[in-house]
Design a protein. Sequence first.
Length: 95
Amino acid sequence: MKQQKLESLKNVIACPVTLENFTDPVLLSSGHTIDRVALTGMVASGRTLKCPMTQKPIAANSTIPDKTLSSFMKLWPELESKVENMIRQAPKAKN
């Protein structure tokens, strides 16, 4: 159960386009966040920009840095190892 929660958290901190942990998260006008490298790739493709979550058009120049997520991602490596250690050391649940 705890391992599943850790995996759920890892999915939240991964860019929905690159599937990698965020390094430079930007907030789209749709309210969703992607990594700047993904946005750059989308712009370079020349296609109409769409939010990967909603498929609604977005403007590349309307993005803003997601500072909260960026701050969390700086802490994540240390937090991840602590959480994994806690999971390993936790007593197994009895059925």
